[in-house]
Design a protein around this ligand. Structure first.
Ligand SMILES: [Fe+2]
Ligand SMILES: [Fe+2]
Length: 259
């Protein structure tokens, strides 16, 4: 039932409903690992706002003004809502994995819901609501591109886009603390701690599938990044966090090598 419930949760339009349904998932309940599920509504369910725009059309965010700081928190809030959808999506969409795979991503969906709730509450405390600024759809676009191949999904979502969050965290935390927003800095600490675990889970299952398919993880990643048009990652990299998340030295070297 849990995979069906993940599909039901991701389909919900109202954010409050989606977060509540995600939090209500009982991680100890039975899992049908083989069912091939079909979405009956557009995935993911969304509210009318925020308006989604191309990444190039996002306004610059200057953290020294209160509005700029709110726009930054809004962008992070948007990422976490997408992360809820991404974790739920991997659960319902891809059959044939061990039970522990689904339980891992369901737990991650709940952690993402927690991150969303922390940031959303902080955004409200700044006098804004989620939806007040425009946002981009880059995370979900990568989910759609990789909806037919779990290996590609793991390579490009947790191991690329989520891992990029590990790199982005320290400079962002510094900026927010310098702007005097200690509450936001404390939220980023919680998120970074949890995200190391999410990327580690991505690495674990990516290697599991590579081993099953007889692929070299480093060469396989390069091929998938090329085929699916993964964004080129730029340093500085958070190498400590990446090591803690299970990237090995060969992967870190490939990351830092000029293309
Ligand atoms: Fe998160
Ligand atoms: Fe995450």
């Amino acid at each position: 039932m849990l995979r069906q419930l993940a599909l039901a949760a991701i389909s919900l339009n109202r954010i409050a409903d989606k977060i509540a349904a995600t939090n209500a998932l009982d991680l100890a309940a039975a899992i049908d690992t083989t069912a091939i599920l079909q979405a009956s509504a557009p995935i993911p369910g969304r509210e009318a706002r925020p308006q989604l725009v191309a990444p190039a059309d996002l306004p610059a965010r200057a953290t020294h003004s209160p509005e700029g700081r709110a726009a930054l928190i809004h962008a992070l809030t948007h990422i976490e809502l997408n992360a809820v959808d991404l974790a739920l999506d991997i659960v319902w969409r891809f059959p044939g994995m061990p039970e522990s795979f689904y339980r891992d991503w369901l737990r991650i969906a709940q952690e993402e819901a927690y991150h969303f709730s922390l940031l959303n509450a902080h955004l409200n405390s700044l006098g804004y609501s989620y939806g007040d600024f425009v946002a981009h759809n880059g995370l979900w676009e990568m989910a759609e591109k990789t909806s037919d191949d779990l290996l590609a999904r793991l390579a490009l979502v947790p191991r690329t886009l989520e891992a990029r969050g590990l790199d982005a965290s320290p400079p962002l935390r510094r900026k927010l603390a310098q702007a005097g927003d200690q509450a936001a800095a404390a939220i980023l600490d919680i998120i970074l701690r949890d995200e190391i675990g999410h990327v580690a889970t991505g690495n674990y299952w990516y290697r599991h599938l590579c081993a099953e398919r007889g692929l070299d993880p480093v060469a396989g990643y390069a091929a998938l990044a090329e085929r699916y048009g993964a964004p080129r990652l730029r340093g500085p990299f958070n190498l400590d966090a990446r090591r803690a998340a299970g990237f090995d030295e060969a992967e870190l070297a490939a990351l830092q090598a000029p293309r």
